[in-house]
Design a protein around this ligand. Structure first.
Ligand code: PEP
Ligand code: MG
Length: 852
């Protein structure tokens, strides 16, 4: 029997795997070995071998020894989320190394403050080669002590064991009406990642890596197709059972009837793409409806420039680092975008960009890019070829749903390519009243469209199920997809009518038609202008009650717009926006300067309510890793993060306190659920104020957890004001994720359960004369405004564009009528019943597009 000695690759205290605070390692799902709490920052090779894998985030490396043993060395826990920051790989894939060769350099001090743990796992991955391990304990010295000795099972015997561990499922008939498109593929890939064995999906002799969304989609698996799951490794049986069951049930797709057992006569069916329609009227171009509505405007042809890349790289290591950095930056951008969309309650759009984030870690894409880099190509060239290869494969598929996902891949590809090449993607400057026509738009293009200038758009590619169409619908922007190619030839400036319901683009519309549409648009525009003209006047009800209408803002740029729109201050500064899209937290000085500038812009006498950092849950920060949680919305979020990281909280409080003299600044804490939390943060505030020798500032809380609303009477003794965050209060009251694409329509802040909690808050605040405002989305809902007034809310904090309309609406209301309405709303049975009490004052008689 042969033995293999594994030398200690780091100095430090040895830990048994069972004590590692990560179930995947602790339960030896990866394999057996030991962990070291390192005292030095260079990981060396623990034995001779070849670099068989080097993780893109630079935090883990696998060596394959001449005996065929695979040894994983994984620095830290959850350090993949550092996206390469703090790690410097010193070797590359395929290098032959001797025991003692430095492999990865890491910044101990940097990681100590940011990573969940620095415990480094040294693990034999191919468990079938291990007869037993003899382990060291106590302190081990790098390159000197033996960490463990592996008694080896001979390779032939192990191969037999591994073969015995290969499990193939029964034939599974795919029930999904639209085959395995992006969503079910993502469900399968993320499930596959929870197993250790190799996992393939087999269709007609072809196999795809089940951990790769793009590889699964590339198999083009249609409804009725017969597939098998093939797994090799220790947990193969469990993996095959689980994945087969999920595949047979539709991989998370709705409405999938389990398919009948496979028979040799079952034939794969593919929904043929709808034949492109052609109009016989020379003035009408046909497409498919991507988003309903009617728009009149002038054609603006949008053409995309190609990003050029250099083929040859500056060495594999340098290019690998560049790609890793660019992927990290793209991750940061996408998660920030997702957080903003969630904050705006745009769950469907947020889900699209979450899928884009998943593509950034797709093993197939990364493998293609890695192999090109290893051959000396530049990171940009390697990435571009990986994206092009996959996108072309997808675009050529018969299944239209899959073909449309090629566009998502191109979008993600372009984002990373722009970062790699330092290209700023030129923002098209389109004239007012534009109807855009393009070969294709990406989801990112669409989400960034200037709604004040774009009336609608048509694309030659895409379809009604594309992500671009979903975004267009969420923007209320009429759109056509798959329009006849002739549309790309229509001259800029041509007057057109886009009918998103019928799927037509009319080129030479009759004067009456245009006039009718224009008239309705003008009426809406006039109302917007009137509201704006009176925006600076106070919002006083017909019977003389004055309401405060303030703004929800994200930073200084927003602050400059408040006065012009009639905002009377800031009811919610979402300070987390200052912390996003950066690689480290802003310093006290930076924060002070920002708060001071905002306070000066808002002006003395106008409140500026600064909410302290509200991250966690759906708002991640790359440099503040929060360990993976099963229920992030119920985990470390809002004030809980600040209490766990008092350094961050105190820095922010000092910056706000120092900005105090420059305006009417008040501090608000998010996600408060217990009195002790408020007391703890107020104690921190008092200590920092004393240290700085500055006066305290008024301190309030967000009421966004039912516990805070229920306990409002107790909170009112210690909080100076309340602001109801109905976005979160609704999700926590109804136990429905505010970002859940299916539940979103039911997550309605007008649910009487939520209204009752607001009323309870008002009642609790009353004896202490504490202000109760609302800063969640319903504060600008025209149906909610009179009800909130009737309940006794005295401040509405709304998005900037909504300010003039909310003020105008308040001027049409009477408090006694609002109170009567609120009483009926509180007694209603459902959100629908509440909505039925108030005819929507903004409802338009038609579906005409109105400038936002
Ligand atoms: C809310 O929860 O209603 C709120 C205003 O906070 P955010 O949307 O930023 O979580
Ligand atoms: Mg909230």
């Amino acid at each position: 029997m042969s033995e293999l000695k594994i030398m200690s690759p780091l100095s430090g205290q040895v830990w048994p795997l069972e004590r590692i605070p990560d179930p995947v390692f602790a339960q030896k799902m990866v394999g057996d070995g030991l962990s070291i709490d390192p005292t030095d920052g260079v990981l060396i090779a623990a034995c001779d071998g070849e670099v068989a894998a080097l993780h893109a985030a630079g935090h883990a490396v696998t060596l394959r020894t001449p005996e065929g043993v695979e040894l994983l060395m994984h620095v830290g826990i959850d350090t993949v989320s550092m996206k390469g920051q703090g790690f410097k790989p010193l070797v590359k894939l395929g290098d032959q190394v001797k025991a003692g060769t430095p492999l990865i350099e890491f910044d101990l001090d940097f990681l100590a403050t940011r990573a969940k743990s620095l415990l480094t796992q040294i693990i034999v991955v191919n468990g079938e080669r291990v007869k037993w391990l003899e382990r060291a304990s106590g302190y081990v010295a790098v390159g000197k002590d033996t960490l463990f000795t592996v008694a080896l099972v001979e390779e032939a015997a192990a191969a037999a064991t591994n073969a015995a561990l290969t499990v193939t499922s029964e034939v599974i008939v795919i029930p999904n009406p639209t085959g395995l498109h992006a969503r079910p593929s993502a469900v399968l890939a993320s499930l596959a990642k929870t197993f250790q064995c190799t996992l393939k999906l087999e269709l007609g002799g072809q196999q795809a890596n089940l951990r790769s969304v793009t590889a699964i989609m590339a198999l083009d698996v249609a409804q009725g197709a017969k597939v098998r799951v093939v797994a090799s490794g220790l947990d193969a049986k469990a993996a095959v059972e689980k994945l087969s069951a999920v595949l047979a049930a539709g991989s998370g797709d709705e409405g999938c009837e389990p398919a009948p057992a496979a028979t040799s006569t079952t034939v794969a069916k593919v929904a043929a793409p709808p034949a492109r329609q052609r109009s016989t009227d020379p003035n009408v171009l046909m497409g498919v409806s991507a988003s309903p509505g009617l728009a009149v405007g002038q054609v603006f042809q949008l053409r995309r420039e190609e990003i050029r890349v250099t083929e040859t790289g500056a060495g594999a290591n340098a290019e690998r680092t560049r790609l890793t950095d660019a992927l990290g930056t793209a991750h940061g951008q996408l998660s920030a975008l997702r957080a903003q969309l969630h904050a705006k309650r745009e769950a469907a759009k947020a889900a699209i960009f979450a899928a884009h984030e998943e593509l950034l870690t797709d093993p197939d894409l990364l493998d293609i890019a890695e192999s090109a880099i290893a051959k000396g190509k530049s990171a940009a060239f390697a990435w571009k070829s990986a994206i092009t290869t996959h996108a072309e494969r997808l675009a050529g598929m018969r299944n239209p749903l899959l073909a449309q996902r090629a566009n998502d891949l191109r979008d993600v590809g372009l984002r990373v390519l722009a970062i790699l090449t330092g290209t700023t993607l030129a923002k098209a400057e389109y004239p007012p009243n534009s109807v855009l026509i393009a070969e294709d738009l990406t989801p990112s293009d669409t989400a960034a469209l200037d709604r004040t200038r774009v009336m609608g758009f048509c694309t030659a590619r895409g379809g009604s199920t594309s992500h671009v169409a979903i975004i267009a619908r969420s923007l209320g922007l009429p759109a056509l997809a798959g329009i006849e190619p002739g549309a790309l030839e229509v001259a800029d400036g041509t007057l057109v009518i886009l009918d998103g319901n019928k799927g037509t683009l009319r080129l030479n519309a009759s004067a009456e038609e245009v006039a009718r549409i224009r008239k309705a648009q003008e009426r809406a525009e006039q109302r917007r202008k009137d509201n704006l003209a009176h925006a600076r006047e106070p919002a006083i009800t017909l019977d003389g009650t004055r309401l405060e209408v303030v703004a929800n803002i994200g930073g200084l740029k927003d602050a400059t717009k408040i006065a012009g729109l009639g905002g009377e201050g800031v009811g919610l500064l979402r300070s987390e926006f200052l912390f996003m899209e950066r690689s480290d937290a802003p310093t006290e000085e930076e924060q002070f300067e920002t708060y001071k500038s905002i306070a000066q812009t808002v002006g003395q006498g106008h409140p500026l309510i600064i909410r302290t950092l509200d991250v966690g849950g759906d708002k991640p920060l790359a440099y503040l890793p929060i360990p993976k949680e099963d229920n992030p919305f119920l985990g470390e979020r809002g004030v809980r993060v600040g209490l766990d990281r008092p350094d961050l909280m105190r820095t922010q409080l000092r910056a706000i306190l120092r900005a105090g003299p420059f305006g009417d600044i008040r501090i608000m804490f998010p996600m408060i659920s217990r009195l002790s939390e408020l007391r703890d943060v107020k104690a921190m505030l008092a200590e920092e104020a004393a240290k700085l020798g500055v006066p305290l500032l008024p301190t309030g809380i967000m009421v966004e957890v039912p516990a805070a609303a229920v306990m409002a009477a107790q909170f009112a003794r210690e909080a100076d004001f309340f602001s109801v965050g109905t976005n979160d209060l609704t999700q926590y009251t109804l136990a429905m994720d505010r970002g859940h694409p299916k539940l979103a329509p039911q997550v309605d802040g007008l649910n009487p359960a939520v209204l009752r909690l607001i009323a309870h808050t008002v009642k609790g605040a009353e004896p202490f004369k504490r202000m109760v405002g609302v800063c969640g989305g319903i504060a600008s809902d025209p149906v909610a405004v009179p009800i909130l007034l009737g309940i006794g809310v005295t401040e509405l904090s709304v998005s900037l564009p909504a300010i003039p309309a909310v003020k105008a609406q308040i001027r049409t209301l009477r408090m006694d009528a609002c109170r009567a309405l609120a009483e009926r709303a509180l007694a209603a049975e459902s959100a629908e019943a509440v909505r039925a009490l108030v005819p929507d004052p903004d409802a338009e008689p038609s579906t005409l597009q109105v400038k936002a």
